[in-house]
Design a protein around this ligand. Structure first.
Ligand SMILES: [Zn+2]
Length: 141
C-alpha cells in the first residue's frame, strides 16, 4: 500500500435523492474522475448557501476540511438536481428554464463560498437533469 491509496481526486457534494446516485457516479467516472469522496445532503448545496441551518452548513464545510486533510482532495464537485424535494420539487418552479436558472444561482453562491473558505480548491458545478426513462444528464454550470 502506498500513501496514494488514501488520496482521492475530489469531494462530491450531492443530494440524498436515490434516483441520481448510481448514474452520477457513472457519469463522473466517464469524465475521468476515478475516485471521490461523497457527501450527500438533502438539497446538496441548499444549506451551504442559506443560513437556515448553520449547523448543517458548518458540518458540510467540516467535511471538506476532513476530505482535504485525510484524502488530499484537489477538487470539489457540487451537484444540484432537477425536481429536488428539499427545494419544493418541480412544483416550486414555473418552468424547466426557471428551475435551471435558480439552481445555477445556488451553485454559483456555493462555489464562491467554497473558493473563499478553501482558496486552493478547484470547484466544478453541475445540474443533474432527469430525462426520459429516468436517465440523468449532467449539465456543467
Ligand atoms: Zn434533492
Amino acid at each position: 500500500m502506498t500513501d496514494n491509496s488514501h488520496s482521492c481526486q475530489a469531494l462530491v457534494l450531492t443530494c440524498i435523492d436515490f434516483r441520481f446516485h448510481e448514474q452520477i457516479a457513472r457519469l463522473l467516472h466517464d469524465q475521468g474522475l476515478e475516485s471521490f469522496d461523497l457527501k450527500c445532503d438533502a438539497g446538496a448545496v441548499k444549506y451551504l448557501v442559506s443560513n437556515e441551518k448553520p449547523e448543517v452548513k458548518n458540518w458540510i464545510l467540516e467535511n471538506f476540511r476532513i476530505a482535504q486533510g485525510l484524502h488530499h482532495i484537489q477538487r470539489a464537485i457540487l451537484i444540484n438536481h432537477y425536481d429536488c424535494g428539499a427545494y419544493g420539487g418541480n412544483a416550486a418552479f414555473k418552468s424547466h428554464a426557471q428551475q435551471l436558472e435558480f439552481h445555477k444561482n445556488q451553485l454559483m453562491q456555493a462555489k464562491d463560498l467554497l473558493k473563499n473558505e478553501f482558496p486552493g480548491l478547484h470547484v466544478d458545478t453541475y445540474f443533474a437533469a432527469l430525462e426520459e426513462e429516468s436517465r440523468v444528464k449532467l449539465v456543467a454550470i
